[in-house]
Ligand binder design. Structure first.
Ligand SMILES: Cc1cc2nc3c(=O)[nH]c(=O)nc-3n(C[C@H](O)[C@H](O)[C@H](O)COP(=O)(O)OP(=O)(O)OC[C@H]3O[C@@H](n4cnc5c(N)ncnc54)[C@H](O)[C@@H]3O)c2cc1C
Length: 383
């Protein structure tokens, strides 16, 4: 596997790193504390083509390959994974569903402005009762004349404040032949009557993402709000899991790298017992574990990107990258916190934020127990 970074890719990465240091680093602690989504920063990033991701240029995107996309997300996440998350949206569930299943009109109207961060979107998949089992959702849709009427509620939905529309899912009842719910994907604009959003306050982590409940009460949408065909919703949701997991893995690698950066800096400077703490072998062990874990995560993430760039099926590789990178991010954040001693507790250093955020990476985009099972089942020939 030859990643063969071109000069152009390396330059793109360097520009992303400098952008993050200049435009994000001075503000991230404040907007994280305020639980505010920094839309203005994402818009600035979009001016450099960072929101366009893998979306083709004809739809306002940047037409990146997956490897460059992963490197971009990693670099931004090294400073703030929430900004990086917003930059993954046009390439993730919302954008790639519109790209693959949307009509030309849907692409022009929603995908193009999304890829340029002129508007933001949310992905309304998870529900309170069914959780990880998306196929068992309760939200319903029924045909009524030229419209669909949607009823239900989605939970843990991000970008509730910033989004002007949601790609969300509802079912038309159970298919008697298969016994499965006939799930459909819909574009639902936030200003439609019956749509209300309720962000949770004082979340443990991922604080700038405005996550909470999306309520859909007798929401009437026209038939052209349907993405793909009736009953195709589950396929649509699953279609983008590999790129969704690539985005999360790259964000987790960026966060883990940030932990390595601050831990190394602190271990060099902090002196107790008349020597830098980096001279203690047990501190060195923590740093070595962090560096090795982060490099392994990075390689699995790039491998996933490489497989996608070469048109290969990557379900297994996606689970591995997401699981290993998020487990490592938590491990790295725990060690970075430990190396900072009491100062880790203080707001003066970013390690408490890293630790809070790192935990959540193990839960989103499929919990890590699910991924562990998927990897095992694939290798046991059960899938
Ligand atoms: C900050 C944040 C932002 C989010 N943003 C979005 C968003 O924008 N859009 C969206 O749709 N969703 C979003 N989610 C939801 C997220 O992606 C998860 O799908 C959701 O949290 C999982 O549902 P649950 O919490 O009900 O977990 P449950 O399904 O109840 O699972 C609980 C635990 O049970 C175990 N478990 C569950 N299933 C299995 C299995 N198959 N095998 C083994 N163990 C299992 C795991 O340990 C798991 O952690 C977000 C969540 C968070 C925390």
């Amino acid at each position: 596997m030859d990643f063969g970074w071109s000069e152009e890719q390396q330059e793109f990465r360097r520009v992303a790193r400098e952008f993050a240091q200049r435009e994000i680093a001075p503000y991230v602690a404040d907007y994280d504390r305020e639980e505010r989504f920094p839309a203005e920063i994402v818009r600035k990033a979009a001016e450099l083509g960072f929101a366009g991701g893998i979306v083709p240029t004809e739809y306002g995107g940047s037409g990146l390959d997956y490897l460059t996309f992963a490197a971009l997300i990693e670099e931004i996440s090294r400073t703030c994974h929430a900004v990086a998350c917003a930059l993954t949206f046009p390439s993730g569930l919302v954008g790639s569903s519109l790209l693959r299943y949307g009509t030309e009109e849907q692409k022009q109207r929603y995908l193009t402005p999304l890829a340029q961060a002129e508007i933001f979107a949310g992905a309304g998949v998870t529900e309170a009762r069914s959780g990880t089992d998306v196929s068992d959702m309760d939200t319903t849709a029924r045909r009524n004349g030229g419209d669909y009427v949607i009823n239900g509620a989605k939970m843990w939905i991000s970008f509730l404040g910033a989004a002007s529309f949601f790609l969300t899912f509802a079912h038309l009842g159970v298919d008697e032949r298969t016994g499965r719910k006939r799930i459909c994907a819909f574009i639902v604009e936030k200003d439609r009557p019956g749509v209300s959003v309720h962000p949770l306050k004082n979340k443990y982590g991922f604080r700038p993402l405005e996550t909470g409940e999306l309520v859909l009460e007798d929401v009437r949408v026209p038939v052209d709000a349907l993405v793909g065909e009736e009953g195709q919703g589950f396929e649509i949701a699953m279609n983008s899991v590999e790129s969704g997991r690539l985005g999360v893995a790259a964000r987790a690698v960026g966060l883990a790298q940030a932990c390595c950066d601050v831990a190394v800096g602190y271990a060099r400077e902090r002196r107790v017992f008349r020597q830098p703490i980096g001279k203690f072998q047990l501190v060195q062990e923590m740093i070595s574990d962090m560096v090795c874990g982060t490099e392994s995560s990075r390689l699995l993430t790039y491998r996933l990107a490489y497989l996608k760039d070469h048109g290969q099926r990557a379900r297994d590789a996606a689970s591995m990258a997401k699981m290993v990178a998020s487990d490592n991010a938590l491990h790295a954040a725990t060690n970075a916190f430990q190396i900072h001693g009491a100062y880790g507790v203080s707001d003066e250093y970013p390690v408490a934020r890293y630790l809070r955020d790192a935990k959540i990476f193990q839960i989103v985009e499929g919990n890590n127990q699910l991924h562990k099972a998927l990897v095992a089942e694939a290798h046991l020939g059960m899938r």
